[in-house]
Design a protein. Structure first.
Length: 327
């Protein structure tokens, strides 16, 4: 008899054409009304209801990943519908978001509901639940979603009291040269490479991770914090390469050692249209390799949403029990 366990190694999931067709039908049904809006809680409720009808192998894969994200801390699902033939030009502004209900946004939201609940931050992309990650002219060297130089390893919103548990990145359009690679490094693979001294130091409150200027200061954990917390054998991590400061010489040495370990275990994935990467933000850092945008309307276009397993923990940050953290 085949043994069923809660903890399994998660393999990337390749959907069949039949799966893709089923998902496309569900997504289009969520986009049939002229007034359908992604940020409407009633629309999110419909997406949650529809997520129950997603193909079993997709629901099962997402559920297994939610229980334990495996040694890679990330899952790539290939073959999702994004309505590629109807895509407009790639947006070109840093504040671009997806407010109208379209197929890609419906797909993202349904899968986010399978992980828990979607969330957004009012100070980031105006609180939109589905955000466009696109290169912006003049922002090439910006170390963020609008840039096109190397994006260094980080946890999403690591400074925030209520960081997301999952980051979902759905590729609508690849870059021209097909070289822009999502880089992920899971702590479960990096931790064994660290010295005992480095591990102990990373659990010590000797680091500060600063928020970006766009976030109000009361959102940030300002006091010194450890980079690692929780179970010694499977801890959580909060860090951002360019925003985390080591406060002691031993902390600086440990941070450098950890950076080398992440580079050595890094996984690089070039996303193509219809590929969704789900990153366990609690145990995995991510970044992106450099690429060269052309600003011709056909540049790389990824849509992003965040999800949490326990929405209630941020209740005091969300007016009317909505999905947007306002502080």
């Amino acid at each position: 008899m085949h043994e069923i366990t809660d903890t399994v190694d998660i393999a990337d999931l390749e959907l069949t054409p039949a799966d893709t067709s089923e998902i496309d039908q569900l997504a289009r049904a969520l986009c049939s009304g002229e007034q359908d809006r992604v940020d409407d809680p009633a629309w999110v409720a419909r997406a949650r209801y529809s997520s129950d009808a997603l193909p079993l192998r997709l629901r099962r894969g997402v559920r297994q990943f939610r229980r334990h994200s495996g040694p890679l801390g990330s899952l790539v699902i290939r073959g999702l519908p994004v309505d590629e033939m109807r895509l407009p030009d790639t947006p070109s502004t840093a504040d671009s978001v997806q407010r109208a209900a379209v197929v890609s946004a419906a797909v993202l939201t349904m899968i986010a509901c399978g992980l828990g609940d979607p969330i957004a931050y009012l100070a980031e992309k105006s609180g939109a639940l589905v955000q466009d990650v696109v290169p912006v002219r003049g922002k090439e060297t910006f170390s963020g979603n609008a840039g096109s130089v190397l994006l260094t390893f980080h946890n999403e919103n690591a400074f925030h009291l209520h960081e997301p548990d999952y980051v979902l990145l759905l590729c609508l359009r690849g870059d021209h040269d097909r070289i822009a690679g999502l880089r992920t490094a899971c702590l479960r693979r990096a931790l064994p490479l660290l010295s005992t001294a480095a591990r102990e130091t990373l659990f010590a409150p000797e680091f500060v991770t600063a928020p970006p200027p766009s976030f109000p200061s009361d959102n940030a954990v300002r006091s010194p914090q450890p980079l690692l917390s929780g179970a010694v054998d499977d801890p959580d991590i909060r860090m951002a390469t360019i925003a985390t400061t080591a406060l002691t010489p031993r902390a600086e040495a440990a941070l450098t050692e950890f950076g080398r370990a992440c580079d050595s275990v890094a996984r690089t994935t070039v996303l193509t249209p219809g590929d969704l990467a789900i990153i366990d933000n609690r145990v995995t850092v991510h970044g992106r390799t450099a690429f060269r945008p052309r600003y011709d309307g056909a540049d790389r276009w990824v849509q992003r949403t965040f999800a949490v397993t326990d929405l209630r923990r941020s209740r005091d940050h969300r007016p009317d029990d909505g999905y947007v953290l306002t502080r």
